[in-house]
Design a protein around this ligand. Structure first.
Ligand code: SF4
Length: 282
């Protein structure tokens, strides 16, 4: 009954997102990597151009890393782009250019963790598995009325999936978390699973705090290493740069040692390379 209530609500309230209009495993994988740590409305601006330019894993694997990083500019967390590029190479070489459906094979791809692997299984292959992102983790904790461990959250999520309705169920759970069971102000009066929710109406602290799958607050961006790294990658996407100009490009003119450390990190991660005193993307 609770499954029917949520499925019906999900069908009537489903957000129209471009990656929900496809079951193509490559497109689903691209969208899920982009959605890690980035809001859906921001991802939409990149996703369609990305899959139009690289419609298959094989085509993407043939691109240079610098092209990929330049196309990723502005989306943030560029390690995701490098991971996706490396994953595309593995898919091309080991899986005959087809994104695999097997959980172990998916988890072996760079940048693919338990959430992303199960999202590809459910949204591309229609496998009845529970997809636990931060929204779903929050709902599960509130629904059960207690903080959950990762294995508990996964087990409960898997048990809740109605047979043959894994795609619709997981989309509905994500929409419920994004629209109704929000982090700060859940709208319990309009929630389709309210009759079965253990936390609703209780004075107990929010069980979603530090429960499995629920992400903690992101660190401040302004003045962060992430901001400085992003500035350098953006500058390098316009052309190579001498080492001596790097601190200025990062906005770290008075923090030369910090700028040097960040450059070394980017070199070690393979996001930039160096020839002589020239730095370049990829
Ligand atoms: S009843 Fe309230 S707390 Fe419970 S799942 Fe619905 S919105 Fe979340």
């Amino acid at each position: 009954m609770r499954q029917r209530a949520l499925l019906d609500w999900g069908t009537s309230q489903r957000r129209d997102l471009p990656w929900r209009r496809t079951r193509d495993p490559w497109r689903v994988l691209v969208s899920e990597i982009m959605l890690q740590q980035t809001q859906a409305d921001r991802v939409q601006r990149y996703y369609e151009a990305f899959v139009e330019r690289w419609p298959t894993a094989e085509r993407f694997a043939q691109a240079s890393l610098s092209e990929v990083l330049a196309a990723w500019q502005g989306l943030g967390y560029p390690r995701r782009a490098r991971n996706l590029w490396q994953a595309a190479k593995i898919v091309t070489e080991r899986h005959r250019s087809c994104v695999p459906s097997d959980l172990t094979d998916l988890l072996a791809l760079p940048g693919v963790g338990p959430y992303t692997a199960r999202a590809v299984q459910a949204f591309a292959f229609g496998i009845d598995t529970g997809v636990v992102d931060t929204n779903v983790g929050r709902i599960l904790a509130r629904w059960t009325g207690r903080r959950l461990t990762p294995s508990e959250a996964q087990r409960i999520a898997d048990e809740l999936v109605p047979v043959t309705d894994g795609w619709a169920w997981n989309q509905a759970m994500m929409d419920l978390g994004a629209q109704i069971c929000t982090k700060r102000d859940p709208s319990c009066a309009g929630c389709p699973v309210q009759p079965w929710c253990a936390w609703e109406g209780s004075d107990a602290p929010d069980p979603a705090d530090r429960s499995a799958g629920v992400s903690s607050r992101q660190a401040r961006f302004e003045g962060s290493d992430r901001q400085a790294r992003g500035r350098l990658l953006a500058a390098l996407s316009a052309g190579d740069m001498r080492r001596t100009d790097v601190a200025g490009a990062m906005g770290l003119e008075r923090e030369e040692a910090r700028a040097r450390r960040l450059v070394e990190d980017l070199l070690a991660e393979g996001l930039i390379s160096e020839t002589g005193d020239q730095l370049r993307l990829g």
